[in-house]
Design a protein around this ligand. Sequence first.
Ligand code: SAM
Length: 277
Amino acid sequence: PVNYRHAFHAGNFADCMKHALLVRLLHALRRKETPFAVLDTHAGRGAYDLSAPEAERTGEWRGGVGRLLGLADAGPLADYVALVRALGAPARYPGSPALVRALLRPQDRLVCVEPHPEDHAALAARFRGDRQVAVHRRDGWEALRALTPPPEGRGLVLMDPPFEQEGEFDRLAASVALLRRRFRAGILAAWYPIKHRAPVRAFHAALAAGGARDLIAAELWLRAPTDPARLNGCGLVVANAPFRFAEECGPMLAAMLAALGARDSGEGWAVTRIVEE
Ligand code: SAM
């Protein structure tokens, strides 16, 4: 059963972080004319109404995209903030499928996977009749095997699981290893929560042990990651990052922290290479 509902969290700091980096990765793919495919294995409903009861109940978006929209100059986040605004913020917040769709060219494709019946229905309705987007109702982990490598031979796989079940870090590490074998040329982006450090260290170690090459981790935390019950920060593991992406991440994360952070002495960001090229 799928219990997690992203509508409570849409536009929060974790969404901003993953989506700002995702937008940067998509811009890198657009540098070459040849077609690319994007596979979004945990796609959600595609867009979220920020005045809905779910979003209002947590108010998480106000501390996330709400603050970024208020910046006079978003600096290195400007592409992302402009796109989010063009897609309806602050009334609506785009999910990853909407962001990706907005950056596809006529030759590119998006494949979304979402098993939750309501979210799948919303996503399928959104893209009905769109020949560049396919929406599958199935398990994202299993879809990875079935739907890769894409015939285009280039593109990106986003893995953004809800982390509500035991073993999600293990499944994510195994999937990164699998994809590095099946779709070597592909860019992979895998989101993970930072509650406390121990599980993150174990995850990075599992990635290194899995034999995948060329992995970086971009991380942002709003507080010292010591309380295992809170989402203190989050990270994105990127395999096969485009030229200069690792260098570009730092200023983006710094700008995000300046806008979203609480000026807590425990806050911070890091871009680290987990496994060499
Ligand atoms: N990627 C989305 C975005 O950036 O807008 C947000 C995704 S949300 C964090 C995680 C999603 O995974 C939820 O919509 C949930 O229904 C879905 N989900 C849960 N279990 C899944 C599974 N086994 N396979 C694929 N998706 C799953």
